[in-house]
Ligand binder design. Sequence first.
Ligand SMILES: C[S@@+](CC[C@H](N)C(=O)[O-])C[C@H]1O[C@@H](n2cnc3c(N)ncnc32)[C@H](O)[C@@H]1O
Length: 268
Amino acid sequence: MSIVLDGQPGVEHRLNVSFDRIADRYDDTRSLPGDIMEQVIDALEMLVDSRKPILDVGVGTARFARPLQARGQEIVGIDISTRMLHKARAKGTEDLMLANVCQLPFADNAFGVAMSVHVLHLIADWRRALSEIARVTTERYVSVASYREDSPAEDMRRYYEAKCEELGHAVKHPGLRERELRDLLRADLVSMVAVHEEVIDVRARIEGFEKRTYSSQWPVPEEIHRQAVEALRARYEGTEHLLERESIYLLAWKTARLKEFLKGIGVK
Ligand SMILES: C[S@@+](CC[C@H](N)C(=O)[O-])C[C@H]1O[C@@H](n2cnc3c(N)ncnc32)[C@H](O)[C@@H]1O
């Protein structure tokens, strides 16, 4: 399949959360260490293996698609962010397309497996996204989910968000996190793959918050953002390092069950 980075005619991108603004910094702020990534890709490869091609929706910089392609998997990546797709292409990723998961430009049953990683939470119409995923796949839908509930570093995010809320802006995502789908539809597979622990530099992390590194921060009004960052600096004054702990899970749902679920909630 050829690489298509031109706009998909008729696709409405304006209402979506594109990652164009963070493309240059995305890999530096979201990467996993090589050995952990290797474990995740090993497990993911077994789960996505199919006779048909694999679809990665919201492929981004091809964090997962590129290593899977390098192992010989036939994987097509779509995204609404041209700049993220260019980053993916610069790594040698093939079969990339500018497209919206809510209007996939593919025939029914074109893929065996579809995956999305940290994407559904960005999409207000996540039901439509899942319905499109179910339409184009025959076997299953897969995600890689991170759980940071017991991570001391995560308290910084909670503190920033609580401050924003106190100042009048509730930080929330428009969609549903992939892992939250488990609350609505039992997953067919839940498998813990790795625990990533890292000591982080508190000052650098606060600078990351200041630069609005995380998509949930993008809608925060400037004055509220400024005050929340100031409060974060005051709260963590004297703390140089914190432990970040992330448990990484693979999740999978059979396409047939996803279709039943969507039918049950009235999505065609
Ligand atoms: C947090 S990044 C995740 C990228 C990649 N899956 C990863 O884990 O590194 C979310 C990606 O989803 C893309 N995205 C957001 N809404 C989308 C939509 N409606 N259709 C396709 N991609 C979308 C963004 O542009 C961004 O590249």
